[in-house]
Ligand binder design. Structure first.
Ligand SMILES: Cc1cc2nc3c(=O)[nH]c(=O)nc-3n(C[C@H](O)[C@H](O)[C@H](O)COP(=O)(O)O)c2cc1C
Length: 187
């Protein structure tokens, strides 16, 4: 009886282990073996929509970059707050932390173009939160109304030790071109 119990227990354990392994492997395969994080800022939803589209395609985890003090919900006051913050080159406090940042192989950072560059809370995320980008594959994407201007280049400069992949810009919430870009950067 004891032998039968031991046999059954080991069979069950073996089955459990196989199930765990194949689940892990299938997740890894979805990402072509890479663990992907999308950190994004979005005020009116366009960048969030593009970020979610990318997350679905790459099985990525998402982290929303948010200023501790929210921007005005009205367009005009928000643009003025953003302009003042940019002119003062501020690094406003942001909410939360990425869990297990070091586990990620690829970091995609998505932003709207604000006053020809990225919103200042994004620079807080890139420069002030202690995340180590050294050796990580990093790509930036942005959404804009007219053009991306210096948005993408300005962010690249903040992560000199990363392995930079091709960046991507799109108008409003348009996702055409995303699939091609993901292929180009190996996702
Ligand atoms: C404060 C502010 C500044 C902006 N500055 C620019 C700009 O310089 N160039 C541009 O093309 N679009 C600019 N836009 C438009 C946004 O980049 C565009 O609508 C973007 O897709 C919004 O993304 P979101 O919905 O994720 O916030 C600005 C919008 C806001 C609110």
């Amino acid at each position: 009886m004891r032998k039968l119990f031991l046999l059954l227990t080991s069979m069950l354990m073996a089955l459990g282990l196989t199930a765990c392994t194949s689940k892990k492997e299938s997740t890894m395969q979805d990402n072509k073996g890479k663990k992907v994080l999308i950190a994004y800022f979005s005020w009116s939803g366009n960048t969030e929509k593009v970020a979610k589209y990318i997350a679905e395609k790459t099985n990525a985890d998402m982290f929303r970059i948010e200023r501790v003090t929210p921007y005005s919900k009205e367009y005009e006051p928000c643009t003025q707050e953003a302009l003042q913050e940019k002119n003062n080159n501020e690094r406003p406090a942001i909410k939360g932390k990425v869990k297990n940042f070091d586990d990620y192989d690829v970091i995609l950072v998505g932003v709207p173009c604000w006053w020809y560059t990225a919103p200042m809370p994004v620079f807080t995320f890139l420069e002030k939160e202690g995340y180590n980008f050294e050796g990580k594959q990093v790509a930036f994407f942005c959404t804009y109304y007219t053009a991306e201007y210096e948005t993408l280049n300005d962010m690249v400069k903040t992560t000199p030790k990363a392995k930079h992949l091709k960046n991507f810009g799109t108008k409003d919430d348009h996702t055409d071109g995303v699939d091609k870009w993901l292929k180009e950067i190996g996702l």
